[in-house]
Design a protein around this ligand. Structure first.
Ligand code: NAD
Length: 434
């Protein structure tokens, strides 16, 4: 098939690379010319394990072409995938500016028989608007629209695409369904064909449910702290029940990233527009915000009063989760802000996200490695569960720090081990060791 993907971000680039790997001829378009130049030099603008190698393999095979020229990219396309951003408006609703721009541009080059597939996460009703915007732009309706929401996870995006657990085809006609089937043909997966409205809403419901699981276990963790129970052992116990399942039961500093925070907010607005006040999702957001505050307050026990002035605090982990450089809505923003407002000197290290941090947090001092970050630190916060941090030599860590105080927002160390090593160690939902 000839495929055109618009937007070369985390979703668009991964989709383009994977569909070319499956044998399709793919054009990837972006209006950011710097990105296109970088991609044409064989450099991925985002960090995603295995992406750059797979991208270059398919570029060399001439199945994958990067361009800023939408007309050229769409010329022979059977399927046009929209994968541009849908950030949050001030009121939490999804901002459809990029989607509308793209729809109008598509309308200028569309040919009869093409299928426009939305991969971006959009509120219910958006694909109908896309159809209207394209129609206004091209003057006819001889094309199909479809919703094919994206469920990949950053950090394992290639695997999640090539071995997806399910593909959801929200379609308005047989043409769209057959195009989507042909596009996904080599992938063995569960295919669910449904209405566009169901597909659009399913994506928000999935993310809201996952966010709920995280806030739920974080609330349970907070109870564990009060009653002397251990949330990790508890999560194992409840997770063995297949009705609950073990995933997404890791207590910690709360969720971040480019999806859960904005999609939970957008879902609340979607429901409001439909005349229903969601009860659970706003509570999920509230718990998530509170969780960051609880973590930073843990340092008060160690340094009371004007407790952080002239203190040097190390942060390990800036990305919202491991194996990505994505810092969008990362808990690190709030934690660093809080510490700096309290007068602390903050120095941070992340194995991959430091380049993003330099751009997004220009005031933040960055270390080249974990040893430099913790050197002479009065306390350390762990905010991302990178494997590199789990493997830290605790003896070396203790020798480097001025005070052996570790506040662990990801529960990566074993409390007993930390106790033996002589750390003050406070994590989430587990006993404090001193
Ligand atoms: P992103 O910001 O990384 O990428 C969007 C890209 O679109 C950018 O490169 C931007 O330059 C480009 N773009 C914007 N307007 C354009 C235009 N008119 N023409 C050409 N290119 C244009 O975003 P992302 O993280 O890839 O997310 C894209 C969508 O997918 C969002 O709706 C998001 O909610 C959804 N989604 C994201 C993930 C994820 O893990 N990142 C997962 C599932 C769904």
């Amino acid at each position: 098939m000839n495929v055109c993907v618009i937007g070369t971000g985390y979703v668009g680039l991964v989709s383009g690379v994977c569909f070319s790997e499956l044998g399709h001829q793919v054009y990837c378009v972006d209006h950011d010319s710097l990105k296109i130049d970088q991609l044409n030099e064989g450099i991925s603008p985002i960090y995603e394990p295995g992406l750059q190698e797979l991208m270059n393999k398919n570029r060399q095979a001439k199945r994958l072409i990067f361009t800023g020229d939408l007309q050229k990219a769409m010329a022979d396309a059977d399927a046009i995938l929209i994968a541009v951003g849908t950030p949050a408006n001030r009121d939490g609703s999804a901002n459809l500016t990029f989607i509308k721009e793209v729809a109008i541009e598509i309308g200028q080059h569309i040919r009869p028989g093409m299928t426009i597939i939305t991969k971006s996460t959009v509120p219910v009703g958006t694909n109908k608007k896309i159809k209207k915007w394209i129609t206004l732009s091209c003057g006819h309706q001889q094309f199909s629209v479809a919703s094919c929401p994206e469920f990949l996870r950053e950090g394992s995006a290639i695997k999640d695409t090539l071995h997806m657990e399910r593909a959801v085809f929200g379609v308005e006609d047989d043409l769209a369904e057959s195009v989507l089937r042909a596009l996904h043909e080599p992938i063995q997966t569960n295919i669910i064909v449904t209405t566009i409205e169901t597909a659009e809403t399913a994506k928000y419901a999935a993310n809201a449910f996952l966010a709920t699981k995280i806030s739920f276990i974080n609330e349970v963790a907070n109870v564990c702290e009060g009653v002397g129970a251990d949330v990790q052992s508890l999560a194992e116990i409840i997770g063995l029940d297949p009705r609950i399942g073990p995933s997404f039961l890791q207590a910690g500093v709360g969720y971040g990233g480019s999806c859960f925070p904005k999609d939970t907010q957008a879902f609340i607005r979607v429901a409001e527009d439909a005349g229903y006040d969601l009860q659970i999702v706003p509570a999920v957001e509230k718990v998530n915000a509170q969780q960051r505050q609880r973590l930073v307050q843990k340092l008060k026990t160690v340094y009371p009063g004007h407790y952080l002035r002239e203190k040097r605090i190390a942060i390990l982990g800036l990305a919202f989760k491991p194996n990505t450089d994505d810092m969008r809505a990362s808990p690190a923003f709030e934690v660093v802000d809080f510490l700096q407002n309290e007068g602390a000197t903050v120095i941070a290290y992340d194995p991959i996200a430091s380049a993003q941090a330099r751009r997004l947090m220009p005031e933040l001092e960055l270390a080249l490695n974990w040893q430099e970050a913790v050197d002479q630190a009065d306390a350390l916060f762990v905010l991302t569960d990178w494997e590199e941090f789990k493997a830290i030599d605790l003896g070396e860590l203790k020798r480097k720090m001025k005070k052996p105080v570790v506040i662990d927002g990801r529960n990566i160390f074993n409390p007993n081990h930390m106790k033996q090593m002589g750390f003050y160690y406070d994590s989430v939902g587990r006993e404090i060791v001193d």
